[in-house]
Design a protein around this ligand. Structure first.
Ligand SMILES: Nc1ncnc2c1ncn2[C@@H]1O[C@H](COP(=O)(O)OP(=O)(O)OP(=O)(O)O)[C@@H](O)[C@H]1O
Length: 987
């Protein structure tokens, strides 16, 4: 109910009803509050009628003392303009309205508001008035006043009956019985002023009445039937005119012998008694309603006229005493002037009048009046006598005339008095009527006031309602607009829903496509996983096979390269010390004085005509090993000026091993970019006087004290130079820049020799004791009466370290490897010339480095448990890449000039020794068949590797195509998903 709008008036009514039900309408009106409510209504009704309301005798069923008190309080409050105090009667007002509403406070007693249980509205009062034929109405149906109010004139014989309604009277007979007895016993007349009060009459009247003997009694309706009732003889019916007769055998009343009431005259009739002498009489009328026995209808109301004057008005026998009960209207006064006699007429208002008996008695009080008249007459006669004495006969006549006039005037006076009394009575009645009318007017004014206030409050409420309804209309307009908008949106959404429904099929189709694509994607992934596994296995196998090939070829391989004779040598007519024409593959024949002197075997021998590319063709495999995760060391060894730097660095036109190896690295990286991710960084350093010098640090010069770099072991088998600049390179341009930077920074000895002259100045140094005591090549050198000669001058040990970090994108495997590209200092067989100072120190350090390298290689060859890597910075640096599973490639550079033969032989012997390390002494003992067998195995492995490479390449291509397909699927799925989501979002 809270969300429903309620009319404030209706709400008040509801509230009123709810509350009033607690006070007024709960079953029988037994509670005090209900009585008060009823009394309040009764008060209103009474106040609108007459002021006699407060005089009404209360019924003994309720506390009428308190009622009267409260009624008086109510009347006082009303008269004083006060409203009913809330504390006088709790809750709602007596009128049943909640007076807390300001709008309705002044119209709480509004009769227009329907109140359940309050039927006593003005409308009801009006109806009651209309129903009430005696112009009186019920004050309270429930608590009506029991009794009969008989109104009559004091002097005139007018009796008027007005009955107060009485809900507690079981029958009218019960109601009238007391009255009959009262009338019968006391013979009193109830005056209007007395109403319900029995006023005592003068005792003399009673006495006179007792001695009043009827002069004539008639048994009405009794044709030839005289009866005696109450000691009075009622003669047979006569003196009547008109009417009908009815008789009954039924017993009338409770008393026996009341046969007077067994006959009656009814209809249109009257009685005329002409035999009566002049005088005052009293007439008793005996009535009875014989309705349930025989006779006419009992519904009769009639008037009684005596001497053409109405003395009884609207008598209703049944209403007074009921049926079969006597009703006596006694002492109706009548005056008979003389011959005209006494006439009694009965005129019906409703139905036919009826009378059972008539008794006429002399009025005993009339004698007193006659005495008075006689006294007046005596006075008049006395005056007349006096006049007779004092006046003459004419005067007597005049007196007689006056006397007659007096009598006439006296009569007139009597009539006037009677008329005056009548006027007084009528005046009194009119006064009362005026008073009642005034009170009614006042009530009406009050009512009008209340109505006006009620109307005002209603107008106020209506104004509020109008405003409210205006707001409602505004809200309704807004709601209507919104409703229209919503309707449009609904229509739009319905259309979209229809479109969506049509799209659902597409979406279903798309979903199926997506699902099938996803299934294909899953299949492809599965296939991809299988292929990937196969590929990983193949790559692993390839790597193993490749490594096996390299191992078969030897982890330390030696290539021999002979430079061409330079211009000077050619110009000087230098003789060739190497016979390439007679040499087989991998053989090098050294000749002296035109005759072959010694044959050397290497893994590859490059003649002076060999191009840089030819040299690198066999070197490229090491680049693959590096990217497979192996450490590789490529270094060039040889006499000064034999082409070490040319082989390693080369020129811009003829790039050397360094550049080409890096180029090969990037090429392989590019090939493997879908499977591996690599990072390449390059460091360029130099070992100078047993000190590591970073050639990528700008401004670094040989001999200049720079930051001291040391080799540190960071993990098992991993050595690192903390602080060494590592230049990350992503392409060959960057590589070339780094190589040039290092080349430019390469130490240039501050000797008296330039690059060319360096080769023209030779030093012969004795090997250190260490070298001398070292086995292998160095021992052989000693055996040959030679010592290792180290290049002095500009060429120190130049080292390029290429660090590779790789990650297998398929299995997440990471590798970290190093490629050392070392351009060693020149090794010369020089005379024991004196070298002084700084140059001597350089030479000693160079010799130390090379001899340490020789010691390491010798130890590796001997498989000594201890390898003296730390005897020099160079071997310390190369520790990771010498021995173990690392690969080593040595370029032994020789000069073709016969004049350099001794140095050449020295270098070749050293190289042969190095090559022999890997094969070991036992391998030298292998016969050619076993060697060919190994070669065949190597070839087979190579072929397998190639076929594996082909398979791997195919797998790579398949994987690549699968990846492309998956990407295409992903793109397709994504576009489909985008379409679906866009449909979804769109809707
Ligand atoms: N295979 C070759 N073909 C053409 N020229 C060569 C070859 N080998 C060397 N030379 C030339 O010989 C000269 C000396 O070469 P290079 O400087 O490389 O010798 P080196 O062994 O490095 O000398 P050093 O020990 O003093 O550094 C250079 O001018 C070089 O161009």
């Amino acid at each position: 109910m809270e969300d429903q709008w309620q009319d404030p008036l209706l709400l008040t009514d509801v509230s009123f009803l709810e509350q009033s039900s607690h006070y007024v309408f709960q079953g029988k009106r037994s509670s005090k509050t209900a009585e008060m409510a009823d009394l309040g209504v009764s008060w209103l009704e009474q106040s609108s009628e007459t002021a006699e309301a407060h005089e009404s005798l209360p019924d003994n069923r309720i506390d009428y003392d308190s009622w009267a008190k409260q009624s008086a309080e109510i009347i006082n409050m009303e008269n004083s303009g006060d409203r009913f105090p809330n504390d006088a009667i709790e809750g709602p007002s007596l009128l049943g309205f909640l007076l807390t509403s300001p709008d309705l406070e002044n119209c709480a007693d509004s009769p227009d508001i329907t109140c359940n249980g309050f039927q006593e509205t003005p409308e009801f009062l009006k109806n009651a008035n209309r129903r009430n034929v005696t112009n009186s109405f019920d004050l309270s149906l429930d608590k009506g006043i029991t009794g009969l109010e008989v109104q009559t004139s004091k002097d005139a014989n007018l009796l008027s009956f007005s009955r107060e309604t009485k809900g507690i009277c079981e029958t009218p007979a019960m109601m009238m019985q007391p009255l009959f007895q009262e009338v019968k016993s006391s013979k009193r007349i109830l005056f209007p002023e007395a109403s319900f009060e029995l006023l005592p009459k003068p005792a003399i009247e009673d006495e006179l009445l007792k001695i009043s003997i009827p002069v004539l009694s008639i048994n009405a309706g009794g044709i030839n039937m005289a009866v005696i009732s109450g000691g009075i003889n009622y003669q047979e019916d006569s003196f009547f005119s008109g009417g009908d007769v009815m008789t009954t055998d039924a017993t009338i009343g409770d008393s026996e012998g009341l046969s007077l009431y067994q006959t009656a005259r009814f209809g249109n009739f009257s009685y005329k008694f002409q035999s009566l002498e002049a005088g005052n009489y009293l007439v008793d009328l005996h009535l009875a309603e014989i309705v349930f026995t025989e006779g006419p209808s009992g519904m009769r109301i009639f008037d009684v006229f005596i001497q053409e004057e109405k003395v009884v008005s609207g008598i209703d026998i049944y209403a007074e005493v009921g049926s079969n009960t006597p009703l006596v209207l006694p002492d109706l006064r009548a005056f008979v002037h003389g011959e005209e006699g006494l006439s009694i007429k009965f005129k019906g208002i409703i139905g036919n009048p009826m009378v059972c008996g008539i008794s006429i008695r002399k009025d005993p009080l009339a004698g007193f009046r006659e005495v008075e008249l006689l006294k007046d007459k005596e006075v008049a006669q006395k005056a007349e006598c006096e006049l007779e004495d004092s006046c003459n006969c004419n005067a007597k006549e005049e007196v007689f005339t006056l006397q007659r006039d007096y009598e006439i005037q006296y009569k007139e006076l009597t009539e006037t008095r009677r008329a005056l009394e009548e006027f007084k009575r009528e005046n009194e009645l009119k006064r009362r009527e005026c008073q009642e009318a005034w009170k009614s007017l006042k009530e009406l004014q009050n009512e009008l006031m209340r109505k006006s206030m009620h109307v005002g409050s209603l107008a106020f409420a209506i104004e509020g309602q109008v405003k409210e309804k205006t707001r409602w209309f505004s809200s309704i307009r807004d709601l209507t607009k919104r409703f229209k908008i919503l309707k449009m949106e609904h229509t739009k959404l319905s259309e979209e829903a229809l479109a969506c429904q049509s799209c659902l099929a597409d979406m279903t189709q798309m979903t199926n496509s997506i699902q099938s694509a996803m299934q294909q994607h899953v299949d492809l992934r599965r296939e991809h996983g299988v292929l990937k596994h196969k590929f990983i296995e193949g790559a692993k196998e390839r790597k193993e096979l490749y490594n096996k090939v390299l191992e078969l070829k030897g982890n330390i391989r030696v290539f021999c390269r002979c430079r061409p004779l330079n211009m000077e040598e050619v110009a000087g007519g230098a003789l060739m010390a190497v016979d390439f024409e007679s040499s087989k593959d991998g053989e090098l024949i050294i000749k002296a004085n035109g005759a072959p002197k010694k044959v050397f075997k290497f893994d590859a021998v490059f003649s002076p005509q060999a191009e840089q590319a030819d040299v690198f063709e066999d070197t490229a495999a090491f680049a693959t090993s590096v990217l497979d995760g192996y450490n590789v060391c490529i270094f060039a060894y040889g006499q000064t000026g034999t082409g070490k730097t040319f082989t390693m660095e080369g020129t811009e036109e003829a790039r050397g091993v360094n550049y080409r190896t890096l180029e090969e690295l990037f090429r392989i990286i590019s090939d493997r970019q879908r499977l591996f991710r690599y990072e390449i960084s390059v460091s360029v350093l130099e070992v100078y006087n047993e000190q590591i010098r970073d050639l990528l640090v700008q401004g670094s010069q040989p001999g200049v004290t720079a930051k001291r770099l040391e080799v540190r072991q960071v993990a098992e088998g991993i050595h690192h130079v903390p602080g060494l600049v590592e230049a990350h390179v992503n392409n060959m341009n960057e590589v070339w820049d780094v190589l040039k930077t290092g080349s430019n920074a390469r130490a240039v000895g501050a000797t008296n020799a330039n690059e060319h002259s360096s080769r023209s100045h030779w030093f012969v140094l004795l090997l250190s004791n260490t070298l001398k005591s070292s086995p292998g090549v160095f021992a052989r050198a000693v055996d040959h009466g030679l010592v290792l000669t180290l290049a002095s001058g500009p060429s120190q040990c130049s080292i390029h370290c290429v660090m590779v970090k790789g990650e297998n994108l398929l299995n997440g495997e990471c590798i970290r490897s190093k490629l050392w590209l070392v351009d060693l200092a020149g090794s010369e067989r020089v005379a024991k010339t004196e070298v002084q100072g700084e140059r001597l120190k350089e030479t000693q350090n160079i010799n130390r480095s090379l001899s340490a390298l020789g010691d390491v290689i010798s130890s590796l060859a001997m498989k000594n448990p201890h390898i003296p890597f730390r005897n020099s910075k160079l071997t310390h640096l190369l520790q990771d890449s010498l021995g173990g599973d690392s690969k080593t490639l040595m370029f032994v550079q020789i000069s073709p000039n016969e004049s350099d033969l001794s140095e050449t032989l020295c270098s070749l012997n050293f190289a042969s020794r190095v090559r022999g390390i890997e094969l070991g002494p036992a391998r030298k003992q292998f016969d050619s068949s076993e060697l060919s067998k190994y070669k065949q195995m190597a070839e087979k492995a190579k072929q397998d590797m190639k076929s594996k490479d082909g398979q791997i390449k195919k797998l790579e291509e398949t994987v690549h195509s699968l990846e492309l397909k998956m990407k295409a699927r992903d793109l397709n799925n994504k576009s489909l998903q985008d379409k679906v989501w866009s449909k979804i979002f769109f809707f």
